[in-house]
Design a protein around this ligand. Structure first.
Ligand code: ATP
Length: 399
């Protein structure tokens, strides 16, 4: 356990108790009940979530631990609505999985995926501007917060191009993009993997600050047990469900252990020795009734949002400014096409014989030299016009 967490364990427990007391069913940030998720078909079936229950009260850091491939990412994807459960229920911020909540604006949720999903051509600042705008933030606030996050996450110059950054730096930019909007709920998939210890400490202090000052809820997946011990709640995921979901201090007391690693070892051994997978250390105290499921689900989906359109236009514009030759070609292409068309097949025909059958003048083709306003032999006009072009008119009779 780090110095920070050791000092804060008692405070953390008080903090958690206080949160629990004031919680009502509706106030949980995330609730998962009997979640079942499988991949593949009969011959190649992988059960990733197997009756998983999870309760995340508002305003806590929830550390989700588990071995590689145990299903942490899948669980986060189901909470944000990117993937759907085969069975079971999920409530997030009082409604269904987040992407299915029409009324949940971007500023309420931040998700940092495991792979930094960033636009390579943007600079760091442009990336943060883009994510800020699509979360409906004001430009001035984005700039201020960008400066803070660039310093906090020890990022290189704000004008550095994302595509030219190292993998670790790109992940930090991705974290900054998630944090820029100060959302109500943060879901972070291994945000600190491979980071310098000092930087990890800074980031965790910021997380603690967010929960204290803004009541932000943070679900964070990690492989580092010492890191997770700084959370207000930790959960250990194994074989498709959570073996435990408690505050670190309560677990240490309950298992009479010195470290969380010991607790998890005991739990894993106990689980392995049981034939059935029904052992659960803690039961979820904050059950949410079905009535809440549709909360926030009534507003109609907005098809076009001004901020989204602005962000996308800006993204494409800045791409064009960086690729001037391609932009010029795109702008000139219609003119080039028009010119090519006119030069190749759009010219007037010349030096060909044109057969004329003119019933208006009874094929005599004796047009008056001067036409008057009330003359009806308009064909004469047209034939005279044709004669002026380099055409040879031949009068023929069809009789
Ligand atoms: N789209 C998919 N199709 C088939 N199997 C998948 C798919 N996505 C994930 N899996 C499998 O589901 C299991 C859980 O994957 P998941 O990425 O959720 O685990 P994880 O705990 O996040 O792993 P890690 O810590 O390595 O990121 C793995 O065995 C993985 O191979």
């Amino acid at each position: 356990m780090t110095k920070n967490s050791a000092e804060g364990t008692e405070m953390t427990d008080c903090f958690l108790q206080k949160r629990k007391r004031i919680l009502t069913e509706k106030e949980n940030a995330v609730c998962v009940r009997n979640a079942y998720k499988q991949y593949g078909s009969k011959n190649n079936l992988v059960v990733v979530l197997d009756g998983l229950n999870m309760t995340v009260p508002k305003g806590v850091i929830y550390g989700l631990l588990g071995a590689n491939g145990c299903g942490k990412t899948t669980l986060l994807h189901c909470i944000i609505g990117y993937k759907t459960l085969n069975s079971g229920d999920i409530w997030a911020l009082g409604g269904p999985p987040l992407s299915k909540q029409s009324g949940v604006p971007g500023s309420r949720v931040g998700f940092m995926p495991q792979d930094a999903a960033l636009y390579d051509k943007f600079s760091i600042l442009e990336t943060l501007m883009f994510f800020g705008w699509i979360s409906e933030m004001k430009t001035k606030k984005i700039k201020k917060r960008s400066d803070f996050l660039i310093e906090l996450l020890m990022l290189p110059d704000k004008n550095s191009i994302v595509g030219e950054l190292g993998l670790g730096q790109r992940r930090r930019v991705s974290l900054a993009a998630t944090l820029i909007q100060e959302p109500e709920l943060l879901l972070l998939d291994e945000p600190t993997v491979g980071l310098d210890p000092v930087l990890r400490e800074n980031i965790w202090n910021h997380f603690l600050d967010l929960t204290n000052t803004r009541n932000t809820t943070i679900i964070i997946t990690t492989h580092y047990i010492d890191e997770a011990s700084q959370s207000h709640m930790v959960a250990l995921m194994r074989e498709g469900y959570l073996l435990v979901e408690e505050s670190p201090n309560a677990l240490l007391n309950q298992f009479n252990a010195q470290t969380l690693e010991n607790v998890f070892l005991q739990l894993s051994i106990t689980q392995s020795s049981r034939t059935s997978g029904n052992y659960r250390v803690s039961q979820n105290e904050f059950y949410v009734s079905n009535d809440n499921k549709m909360t926030n689900y009534k507003k109609r989906k907005q098809f076009l949002k001004k901020d989204h359109v602005q962000s996308l236009l800006w993204k494409n514009f800045s791409w064009m400014m960086r690729n001037k030759p391609i932009m010029l070609f795109c702008l000139l292409l219609p003119f080039i096409q028009m010119a090519a068309f006119c030069l190749s097949i759009g010219n007037d025909v010349k030096n060909i014989k044109v057969a004329v059958v003119n019933y208006e003048t009874n094929n005599t083709w004796q047009c008056k030299d001067e036409m008057k306003c009330n003359d009806t032999q308009l064909s004469c006009q047209y034939l005279k016009y044709l004669e002026k072009m380099d055409l040879t008119l031949v009068n023929i009779s069809l009789n």
